[in-house]
Design a protein around this ligand. Structure first.
Ligand code: UT7
Length: 333
């Protein structure tokens, strides 16, 4: 049987930085409020002409180069995004594949909001373990600035743009294998965080302008509480079902939504400060891109080494959630 190994990571953040100070000239907020309630200091914002697939491509090029796997050997591309290049088609994954010069490769998007990267990891793992695919390029890419209402201080202070990518490939070596991925969803809580306009579920006359059609709306405080509860339970479940102790985790990489959520989850699980990866201060919440962007940060600063165990944990609109136990198993050392 083939196992699935996490070979490489890459990420991209657009050049333009939007600081808390700049936001406080746009809506009724302050750097102090944002810092205290979220931990966010700045977020990156895509250029006017920079699409979600453009950012995904930049992240994917780095992941591909670091993987040591030839581009032509990639046999599937999956993109997690809630801010696709096009509303219906083509998929952002197909556009990424085309821009990378990957011909005839199975490509599709999934929509699982901030849990998107964990979902695409689980799909890559399943395809590889079934023997259907060998080398899967996964990409979490978001241009959330395009679906953010910059008159709503409850949401616009949170979100940023960016992309992260990884190459997952087949191995016969069980020690290199992704140990487990859990995913779940519950539509009962859909109204906590959603883009209520613009789809077939919304009456057309509810739209108050095309540009606003996809804007996100969030019941922040309720979402916060469900996030802490769900993220904590996710971790307990996946550790318990795999008989792994929290001290065996080298890097806990939670979805980067709010420092207070990350801290509450880390404390509830008795994780040390050294174990918990925090990047929310510089990227804000980049939804499906947040986990791979955070993994890329610890890779680039030298703290993620071959063989170390990552614990991923995400929560997002839908509601969706997921967690994963992933040894970092690069081919190139
Ligand atoms: O990525 C997927 C999931 N997303 C999340 O997990 C996000 C979860 N939620 C959050 O991160 C937090 O709920 C927020 C950061 C969005 C809000 O923080 P909070 O501590 O839950 O504040 P709140 O919504 O309870 O609002 C407290 C007060 C309100 O004023 P009043 O009613 O007490 O007078 C808000 O109007 O803070 C006000 N407020 C603000 N004040 C200054 C809300 N947003 C702002 C703002 N600046 N940007």
């Amino acid at each position: 049987m083939a196992y699935a190994a996490f070979r490489s990571i890459g990420a991209y953040a657009p050049k333009k930085v939007l600081t808390n100070e700049e936001l406080s000239t746009m809506v009724d907020t302050t750097d102090e409020w944002i810092t205290k309630r979220t931990g966010i200091k700045e977020r990156h914002i895509a250029d006017e002409n920079e699409t979600t697939s453009d950012m995904g491509v930049e992240a994917a090029k780095i992941a591909l180069e670091r993987s040591g796997i030839a581009k032509d050997d990639i046999d599937m591309v999956i993109c997690a995004t809630i801010s696709p290049d096009y509303f219906c088609m083509p998929s952002t994954a197909t556009t990424i594949a085309k821009k990378l010069g990957l011909e005839g490769v199975t490509s599709f998007d999934i929509s699982a909001a901030c849990t998107g990267f964990v979902y695409i990891l689980s799909i890559a793992k399943a395809f590889i373990e079934s023997g259907m695919k060998k080398n899967v390029l996964i990409v979490g890419a978001e241009r959330l600035s395009a679906i953010t209402d910059y008159t709503d201080r409850g949401t616009c202070i949170l979100f940023g743009d960016g992309a992260g990518s990884a190459v997952i490939s087949a191995t016969q070596n069980k020690d290199e294998a992704i140990i487990d991925v859990h995913t779940g969803a519950d539509g009962t809580y859909a109204d906590l965080l959603m883009s209520p306009n613009g789809g077939t579920g919304s009456p057309h006359d509810a739209l108050d302008g095309e540009a606003k059609a996809c804007f996100m709306q969030m019941k922040g405080n309720e979402t916060f509480k469900v996030a802490v509860r769900t993220l904590t339970k996710d971790v307990k479940d996946i550790l318990e079902s795999n008989d792994i102790k929290s001290e065996d985790i080298k890097h806990f990489v939670p979805h980067q939504a709010n420092y207070r959520i990350i801290k509450a989850v880390g404390d509830a699980l008795k994780l040390t400060k050294e174990q918990v990866v925090v990047t929310v201060q510089k990227y804000g919440n980049t939804s499906g891109a947040s986990i791979p962007m955070a993994i890329n940060d610890i890779y680039e600063d030298g703290s993620l080494k071959a063989g170390e165990l990552l614990l991923l944990d995400a929560f997002g609109g839908g509601l969706t959630w997921g967690s994963a136990l992933v040894p970092f198993s690069p081919l190139l050392r």
